[in-house]
Design a protein around this ligand. Structure first.
Ligand SMILES: [Zn+2]
Length: 165
C-alpha cells in the first residue's frame, strides 16, 4: 500500500521555508541575510524533491485505483455471466455448466468447464472424437480438462493441444 508521507514532507519543507523567510524580515546584517538565504535555498530544494516524490506516489495510486476498478468490473461481469449457467451432468459422474435455455438467446446450446467456472472463468467446452474407440470427449482449451461423454479413455488417445502446456 502506498503512503502519503511525501505530501507531508512537502508541506513541512514549505513551512520551514516560510519560517526562514519570516526570520529574515528585519535583518540588516549582510552576513546574517546571506546565511538565511542558504538555509532558505536548502529548504526549497527539500520541498521540491518531496513534491516530486508526492507526484510519483500520486501516479502509483492512480494506477492502483485503475487496476482495482478493472478487477471490480471483471468480477461484476462474471457475476452476471455465471447466472446464465447451471450445473449439469454430461454423463454419470461427469459435470459441466450448461447454458440455461431461457438465457441462451441466439447462442447455440453449449457447456462451460466446471473447474474454470469455480475459478471465475468462462471456458466453452469443445467436442473432440478420439480414436481408438470413437470416444466423444468435451475438452476445455483453458485448463486442459477432458471429459469423456461417450466411450472410454484409451492409452493411445492424444490429449488436446491446450492440455500439453
Ligand atoms: Zn477448464
Amino acid at each position: 500500500m502506498v503512503d502519503i508521507s511525501a505530501i507531508a514532507g512537502t508541506v513541512s519543507a514549505l513551512k520551514g521555508a516560510m519560517d526562514i523567510s519570516k526570520a529574515m524580515i528585519g535583518l540588516h546584517d549582510a552576513q546574517a541575510i546571506q546565511s538565511k538565504i542558504i538555509e532558505l535555498n536548502a529548504q526549497i530544494l527539500e520541498a521540491q524533491s518531496s513534491a516530486f516524490l508526492a507526484n510519483e506516489e500520486r501516479s502509483t495510486l492512480i494506477e492502483h485505483v485503475r487496476q482495482l476498478e478493472k478487477e471490480v468490473a471483471d468480477l461484476k461481469a462474471w457475476e452476471a455471466e455465471k447466472q446464465r449457467y447451471q450445473l449439469a451432468e454430461l454423463t454419470t459422474g461427469v459435470t459441466a455448466y450448461a447454458i440455461k435455455e431461457e438465457m441462451r438467446g441466439a447462442e447455440p446450446s453449449h457447456h462451460i468447464c466446471a473447474s474454470c467456472y469455480q475459478e471465475g472463468h468462462k471456458s466453452i467446452l469443445q467436442r473432440e472424437i478420439r480414436n481408438p474407440g470413437m470416444a466423444h470427449v468435451d475438452v476445455c482449451q483453458r485448463c486442459g480438462s477432458d471429459l469423456y461423454v461417450i466411450g472410454m479413455r484409451h492409452p493411445d488417445h492424444k490429449k488436446s493441444t491446450a492440455s500439453r502446456r
